[in-house]
Write a protein that binds this ligand. Structure first.
Ligand code: FBP
Ligand code: MN
Length: 622
């Protein structure tokens, strides 16, 4: 027991490990993967600190890229070093550089934690090489023998790859993803797989993630919205190929009722090539079919849930009899790109029997997709509406408030839920709905759709979503989505202190960390004297025009908080070939006066409680 107390106390004195925060990855797997591999720029910094003066900048870069992409870089090196002796020398140099770097990265951790991070087959050898005493002649021969054996037994590449992966793993100890893994980009499923294999992660749900959780939970409203977005961004392959959901019935319905319509052509990013004509026509028709199903389902949900207070979003009722004009807030606008052929002016929200059949079949398919469930189970296990972690509050969107900063809420059965209670209510219902995918229009399931688009949804954070107006009305004024007052008020320190207090965080030391709203070019992601940080920097390609950068990562280590700005990522191949690291600047948000230790973290608190328990036990035994 005494040894355990000594061990725990020793851990408390180690420097606080590094947390990384990212958000709004929006399906951009390659960029996300690159940032994980380069430890948000941290690896380069460590290499520089360790090798400056011994390795040229170019050699440092080569070492960094070996750590990020070991297999690919090994191939390139081997194709360049054709003489056996040169390659032999490269292996020897590389072993020693990587071991030195590994030791440096591991200095914050206990030996036992490092052991767990090593590839099992190389644990013994690595520990011998790391902790050995190189000075004595016998030992030197022994190490020379080990390294030579690794090379002779053709294990050099595997050993290097294993060391690189361990370094990648040690540079960032814990990752937070503050929402919106899904939608717009091509590979959210790959991001989920990567996260499922990541050593330590938590997730806060974003409004887009809710659509996928909702689809798996049996919500036709979420299914329709997510399919519409996939069609809009030419990403239906995610649904069909990644998650194995058959869109044939939807496609047949679309083929029967819809024609070409420029308002429903998919949005393509600069590097994406235009789909072939037949495919383009098919996507455009599906896009219309599912949008109309969505608007019909939404009208029915609004009627079913007067407590959501969304009556003003029943726009199909505002069309004139010919469906050529619409009246909103006493103003009449012409309809552009109209496609209301399945909408009965007398009963605009009634689905055609075939639409009903299609959406039921699709909802079934989503709630039965094995792979989607694997990903969503992980989202449920690691995810939440908000997280309090080391005195920081992590929320994707906002805490809804009125103009004066008073918490606004949702009233259900006479009770108003606001502030933290609103988050807890919504999370509880989400968990209920996810556990009961066979229910499709109960309150818990409808609340998932509310999370996506409701006026008091903390994940949406705007008065109303103007999807209908964006498709069918030309006047851009109707497209404006009015943000919750939170977004004005969050620049103010007092307001942020109030939010932190609501979630039980000491306002003197805490921060709020948000994603969701891309930080526009020229605007600062650091607000309220550094207590409010917005980290949606534009991983999402369509939003890079607005932000001018490729994303942010926030790092929180023993020295304080730093914000890393990333340049747009092109492709993995190009990154490796040109050694282009996308980290551009690193800004210190807050610097600790003295280096923070484990004792000052949440884990430190738990360890202290354990120590106290052990000490009490020891006393009773003595
Ligand atoms: O860029 P698009 O595809 O028009 O989407 C716009 C919609 O996305 C939203 O901004 C929500 O997505 P974000 O969570 O990424 O902001 C809606 O408020 C808006 O209606
Ligand atoms: Mn969002």
């Amino acid at each position: 027991m005494t040894t355990e107390i000594i061990n725990l106390k020793a851990i408390l004195n180690l420097p606080k490990s590094t947390e990384a925060f990212m958000s709004d990855i929006h399906g951009e797997f390659a960029a996300f993967d690159h940032v994980l591999r380069n430890g948000s720029g941290n690896t380069r910094i460590k290499i520089h600190a360790l090798f400056n003066g011994r390795l040229t900048l170019h050699k440092q870069k080569l070492l960094a890229f070996l750590v990020y992409y070991p297999s690919e870089r090994l191939q390139i090196v081997k194709s360049q070093l054709t003489a056996a002796d040169d390659l032999q020398q490269w292996y020897l140099n590389t072993f020693s550089e990587l071991l030195e770097l590994l030791k440096f990265c591991a200095s914050k951790y206990t030996r036992s934690k490092l052991r767990k991070a090593l590839a099992p087959e190389f644990v013994y050898i690595t520990e011998e090489l790391l902790y050995g005493d190189y000075n004595t002649q016998d030992k030197q021969n022994y190490y020379a023998q080990i390294t030579q054996d690794i090379i002779n037994l053709n294990s050099a590449d595997q050993f290097i790859i294993a060391l690189c992966h361990t370094i990648q793993r040690l540079v960032v100890d814990h990752l937070h993803v503050v929402g919106d893994i899904y939608d717009r980009g091509p590979a959210p499923d790959k991001i989920m797989e990567r996260l499922m294999h990541y050593h330590s992660v938590d997730l806060q749900w974003g409004n887009h993630d809710i659509l996928w959780l909702g689809a798996a939970a049996g919500s036709p409203l979420c299914v329709a919205n997510l399919l519409r977005i996939c069609a809009r961004y030419n990403n239906l392959a995610i649904v069909e190929d990644a998650y194995g959901i058959n869109l044939r019935h939807l496609s047949m319905l679309a083929e029967k009722y819809y024609q070409d319509n420029p308002g429903f052509h998919p949005k393509l990013t600069a590097h994406e090539s235009q789909p072939a004509a037949a495919e383009l026509a098919q996507i455009t028709k599906i896009h219309q079919a599912i949008a109309i199903i969505q608007f019909k389902l939404e009208g029915a949900a609004i009627d079913r849930r007067p407590e959501f207070q969304m009556q003003d979003r029943k726009l199909l009722t505002q069309l004139n009899a010919e469906q050529t004009k619409i009246t909103l807030h006493q103003q009449t606008y012409p309809i552009v790109n109209g496609c209301f052929q399945t909408v009965d002016p007398q009963h605009p929200y009634r689905l055609l029997p075939e639409e009903q059949e299609v959406i039921e079949q699709l909802t079934q398919a989503f709630s039965h997709s094995e792979k989607l469930h694997r990903h969503m189970d992980f989202f449920m296990a690691k995810g939440s509406m908000y997280l309090v972690y080391n005195n920081n509050l992590l929320i994707h969107g906002c805490v809804p408030v009125d103009k004066k900063g008073q918490f606004e809420g949702l009233t259900l059965k006479g009770h108003t839920y606001r502030g933290k209670a609103l988050f807890d209510l919504l999370e509880q219902n989400l968990r209920t709905s996810y556990a009961n995918p066979q229910r499709s229009d109960d309150l818990a399931t409808d609340l998932l759709w509310y999370l996506w688009t409701g006026p008091k949804s903390p994940l949406f954070g705007k008065r109303s979503m103007t999807t209908f107006e964006r498709y069918f009305i030309a006047d851009p004024q109707t497209h404006v989505e009015v943000p919750n007052s939170y977004y004005n008020l969050r620049h103010d320190v007092k307001f942020i202190n109030k939010i932190l207090g609501e979630f039980g965080i000491d306002p003197h030391i805490g921060h709020v960390i948000n994603g969701h709203t891309p930080v526009k070019r020229g605007c600062s992601p650091i607000m309220a004297d550094g207590k409010m940080l917005v980290i949606d920097g534009g991983f999402s390609k369509p939003y890079q025009k607005t932000t001018g950068i490729g994303g942010y990562t926030l790092l929180y280590n023993s020295y304080g908080l730093q914000l890393v700005t990333l340049q747009p990522f092109t492709t993995r191949h190009q990154a490796i070939a040109q050694l282009s690291d996308i980290v551009s600047t690193k800004r210190v948000v807050e610097q600790e006066v003295a280096r923070k230790t484990v004792a000052q973290t949440d884990i430190g608190q738990q360890l202290q409680a354990q120590i106290a328990q052990l000490q009490a036990l020891l006393k009773t035994y003595n």
